[in-house]
Ligand binder design. Structure first.
Ligand code: ARG
Length: 592
């Protein structure tokens, strides 16, 4: 995919296709971005591989292609005369007036050139998904931030998105916890808020310890799970209270980060687990191995060279995490009323779950649960590490609580802001300071996470994420503030959006135009490849190109005939940054 307004790209590709020898043969024009701005916008390398089959010199082929192109009005309307370079590359430059027209169109388009899909089937984004009675950890934070951004991009494109929180609200952990609480804090099982989540987490840890050490406790816990799964009202009530409590804690984090999620936990799929087994049985996929019912995976084997199984039903008849995920896939692709009718299902979890998903995806495909164009995608991400490269821990060596982490980001942003205000001799009221500090602090945490290629581990550093320079949230927020400042200095940013053609001349202006016109291509890339860091890098580059333009070209000079065009470029930059940051879940500021 080339990064230029998609409408222009399509026209260019079509024209190139027509100009190739044997135009119907579906040859690839091999379009890539130009390696240097002086070579134009694009380079077509397609002549080179044709030399052999056509038994001609590549330059000769390139010459013939260029002749064809020059005879095609659809091409000559779009590009300046192509130049042949080196062994037979064709350098292509989009006509400036076409670029200018595209910019003008975007000035009047709140979607900034991104087309909206219509009548698409729902897309499921399964993200965040913490576990009840356990603390939400930094891995869940990553999932939450990345998943939310992907959901925002898909929603902006017009897809109906189901943002599903697949919380771990079922299974053996409740057996242990209930058994333990019955003995040490029975009030927690029949009274709301008798203990807080911190205590609950501690109780859970103790329960797990006892479960590991004490056989009698294990037996009672298992009985407790059976009771719960059997619908025993006392157990169900206790379970409901425990879930509520965790849920409220999770919600506080979601509210702070402005994340919308629909909870549909593992327990939702209980009624469908039997159906999963029946389907797999009917498809002839189930094998009983050592009492457990399994599906053996194709092309995935263990150390001993034997195929690995996905266990669907344990020896004791219990179901597990994989069974629930199978039921979830079946439901998500299934049709209403007992299904979501989705065509694309996306899972955002740490890379450690890659094998789990590869396994259940394969089983689901072989069971025939996917519609023809159905897509199942795991979006894995790496670990969050401290600056020492080890697992993120507090100074005391404990796991970092999300609430504390967000608080610290905001506190540091506030300290930075107060320092800056003092240096600049500015006085601002408390409300302003709190608003800016909160926005910057939370933006920094989100952006630091999103701007990394998610596959790699990521080193968490407050200093780095809060820096005003570099690929950071404060840098981008500052670019937006700078543009808002132009308006305050009397620049009417709405000027130049009218019918008057843009006046563009300076190289810094053209560089900014070309950068602005990449936006729709970048969104299409993120939608396809599910890599929010592509959007981050783009917004960072846009800010840099803008800052160069703003530093080198006068924008507010009163008598300059290009003034309104330049102000229009400022406005489109601000709109692009605001929309782009919005798709990352980051609100912008007018002043900071
Ligand atoms: N609760 C799981 C965890 O904390 C994540 C669930 C992800 N979603 C899924 N459908 N398995 O690791």
């Amino acid at each position: 995919m080339l990064r230029i307004a998609q409408a222009l790209e399509t026209q260019l590709r079509d024209a190139m296709q027509r100009a190739l020898p044997e135009a119907d043969a579906g040859l690839d024009p091999q379009l890539v971005a130009a390696s240097k701005p002086e070579f134009g916008d694009f380079q077509a390398n397609g002549a080179l591989p044709l030399a052999k089959p056509l038994k001609q010199a590549p330059r000769q082929i390139a010459t013939a292609i260029v002749e064809q192109l020059q005879a095609d009005p659809a091409f000559t309307d779009l590009c300046l005369e192509p130049q042949i370079a080196g062994p037979g590359f064709i350098n292509l430059t989009i006509r400036p007036e076409r670029l200018a027209a595209e910019v003008s169109a975007r000035l009047g388009d709140e979607r900034l050139g991104v087309p909206a899909v219509v009548n698409e089937a729902p897309v499921v984004v399964d993200f965040s998904s913490p576990n009840i009675a356990k603390e939400m950890h930094v891995g869940h934070l990553r999932s939450t931030i990345i998943g939310d951004s992907l959901a925002r991009v898909l929603e902006f494109r017009g897809h109906p998105v189901l943002r599903l929180n697949h919380v771990g609200d079922w299974g053996t952990q409740f057996g242990m916890l209930i058994t333990h609480l019955k003995q040490v804090a029975p009030e927690a099982l029949d009274t709301a808020d008798a203990v807080d989540l911190g205590d609950l987490v501690a109780f859970y840890r103790q329960a797990k310890q006892r479960f590991d050490d004490d056989e009698a406790f294990q037996t009672t816990s298992r009985e407790e799970v059976v009771k719960l799964q059997g619908g025993d009202p006392v157990s169900l009530k206790a379970w409901g209270l425990l879930c509520d409590q965790s849920r409220r804690e999770f919600q506080k984090i979601y509210d702070r980060l402005d994340i919308r999620l629909s909870e549909r936990g593992e327990s939702f799929y209980n009624p469908y687990l039997e159906g999963v087994v029946a389907d797999l049985e009917a498809a002839g996929l189930l094998v009983v191995d050592d009492g457990a019912r399994c599906v053996f995976l194709e092309g995935v084997s263990g150390k001993d060279g034997k195929p690995l199984p996905v266990i669907v039903q344990k020896r004791d008849g219990g179901f597990n995490y994989a069974t629930t995920d199978l039921a979830a896939i079946r439901y998500r692709f299934g049709s209403a009323p007992e299904g979501d009718g989705a065509r694309r299902v996306i899972y955002v979890t740490d890379a450690g779950q890659a094998n789990h998903f590869a396994g259940v995806f394969q089983v689901a495909r072989r069971a025939g649960w996917l519609p023809e164009d159905g897509r199942l995608e795991h979006v894995p991400f790496g670990l969050v590490q401290g600056e020492d490269g080890k697992k993120l821990k507090t100074r005391a060596g404990d796991t970092v609580r999300l609430r504390d982490l967000l608080d610290e980001a905001v506190e540091r942003a506030e300290a930075d802001l107060r320092r800056r205000l003092e240096e600049e001799g500015r006085t601002e009221d408390e409300a302003f300071i709190q608003h800016v500090a909160t926005t910057v602090g939370l933006a920094a945490v989100k952006y630091a996470d999103l701007s990394q290629n998610r596959i790699t581990n990521y080193q968490f550093s407050f200093d780095r994420m809060l820096a005003l320079q570099g690929n950071t949230a404060p840098y981008l927020l500052y670019a937006v503030v700078r543009i808002a400042g132009i308006a305050r200095k009397g620049g009417d940013l709405e000027a130049g959006a009218g019918s008057e053609p843009l006046r563009l001349a300076e190289p810094q202006e053209w560089a900014l135009v070309r950068e602005l016109l990449k936006f729709d291509a970048v969104i299409a890339e993120v939608e396809e490849e599910l890599l929010p860091n592509r959007l981050c890098t783009y917004l960072f580059e846009l800010s840099q190109v803008f800052n160069r333009f703003y530093d080198q070209v006068p924008v507010l000079k009163a008598e300059d005939p290009a003034r309104s065009s330049r102000l229009a470029l400022c406005r489109l930059t601000a709109d692009t940054l605001k929309l782009g940051l919005g798709l990352l879940g980051i609100p912008t500021l007018e002043r900071m």
